[in-house]
Write a protein that binds this ligand. Sequence first.
Ligand SMILES: Cc1cc2nc3c(=O)[nH]c(=O)nc-3n(C[C@H](O)[C@H](O)[C@H](O)COP(=O)(O)OP(=O)(O)OC[C@H]3O[C@@H](n4cnc5c(N)ncnc54)[C@H](O)[C@@H]3O)c2cc1C
Length: 398
Amino acid sequence: MKSKYDVLVIGGGPAGALAAKTAVEKGLTACLVEKRPAIGVPIRCAEGIGKEALAEFMEPDPRWISADMDGAGIVAPDGFEMTLESSMAGGKVGYILDRKVFDRELVWQAAEAGAEVYVKTRASAPLVHDGRVKGAQIESCGTTTRVSAEVVIAADGVESKFGKWCGIDTTVPVREIMSSVQYVMADIDINPRATIFYLGNEVAPEGYLWVFPKGKRTANVGIGISGKKSGKGHRAKDYLDRFVKQKFPHGKTIECIVGGVSVCRPLECTVADGLILAGDAARVVDPLTGGGIYNAMYTGKLAATVAADCIAKGDTSKKALMAYDREWRASKMGKGIERNYLIKEYLIKQSDEKLNTIVHSVSKLDLKEFSTLTLVKELLKANPKLLVELGALAASLR
Ligand SMILES: Cc1cc2nc3c(=O)[nH]c(=O)nc-3n(C[C@H](O)[C@H](O)[C@H](O)COP(=O)(O)OP(=O)(O)OC[C@H]3O[C@@H](n4cnc5c(N)ncnc54)[C@H](O)[C@@H]3O)c2cc1C
C-alpha cells in the first residue's frame, strides 16, 4: 500500500466498488480498503434489484443472478393478496441477485480497471489537518499506515463511523433503523417468479416481511421492523419465526443473517472538506422499501465523478464537493427518497383495517405502470379523501 492516492475509498460494498472503479477510469489513483476478510460475505441483504436500475450500470450476468422476477404480490393484514404483473412494467421487473458473487464482481471490475484493493484492512481514524480530511489511518494485520488522499470516499455502509469521526452527525433515530432478520430457506412452496411482501401490525410492525425467491423452492424469507417496536418476545426474529412456522412449517433454514437498515431521511449534508459519503453511509436507502443497492452504486459512481472534477480543478473543499450533494438530491433517486419517506411515514401510522382498505383499493386500479409514483397517483385519484391524509406527499405529486 502506498502512502498517497488521489482517492481513498473506505468499504468494499456496491458504493465503494463503483467509487473506486469510476475514480481509476477518470485517470485517478485509487485505493479501496475493506475491513472484512472477503468481499461480499456475510451477506446482509434480500438481494432484490429492479432490472432497469441494474441496467444503468451493467449487463445482467447469470453468474450473479439467482432468479428473474416478473411479478410481485402484496399481502394485506387480512390475507388478501394483490398482484402486480410484469406487463405493467413493459416486461421488466427485477432480479434477485447472488450478492456473494455480485459484490465480488463489482470490486473485481474496480481492480481490473486499476484500483488497488485491500481486504482485512480497515480505516481506524481520519487524518485531519486544519479542519479538513486528508486521508485515513489504515490498519491491516497489525500494521498501521497513514494514507493521505485528495478525497476520501466513505462508503462504509450502515454501520458507518468514518463520517462521524470527521464531525458529520450520522446518527439514525432508533425508530428509523429497521431491525432485520432473514433466513435463506430451502424446500418451500413458493411462486419462483414473484416477490411477495406481507404487511400488518401483527406481521411486521412499521415494516414488512418478504419472500424473495432464489430458486424453484428456495427463497430469502426475511423481515424488517422498526427498532422502536423491537423488544423481548417481539423481536424481528420472533415475528419471522411465527410466520415461518405457519407458512413454511417443513422448510429448512440454510442460512441466517441479521442487519440494520436505515429508513430515515438522508444526511443533511453528505460532504465535508476532502470527504464524500456514499451509499448507506450517506443514509440514501429507499425509506419505503429498504432497498439500497442501486442507490449505493449511483452515489458511489457520482462521488468519484465529482471528486475527479474537483481534483482536476485543484479544489476539494466542502464548497466544491457540494456539487455531489446537490446532484444526487436533484436526481430521480433523490426525489424518490423524499417521496418514499413521506409514504413510509404515512403507512407506518395506519391500522390493519386501513392497510386492508389500501391494498384492496390498489388491487382494483388499472395500473399501466409498475412504480411507487404511479401507484400513489392512481390511489389518490381513486380515493380523493386520501389527499388530506397524505398532506405534504399529495402536494409534492401535483
Ligand atoms: C436484511 C437486509 C435486506 C436488504 N435487502 C435489500 C434488497 O433486497 N435490495 C436492496 O437494494 N437493498 C437491500 N438492503 C440494503 C443493501 O444491502 C444496502 O443498501 C447496500 O449493501 C449498501 O451498499 P454500501 O456499499 O453503501 O454498503 P455495504 O454494502 O454495507 O458495504 C459497506 C462496506 O464497508 C465495510 N466497512 C465498514 N467500516 C469499514 C472501515 N472502517 N474500514 C474498511 N471497511 C469498512 C463493511 O465491512 C462493508 O463491506 C438490505 C439490507 C438488509 C440489512
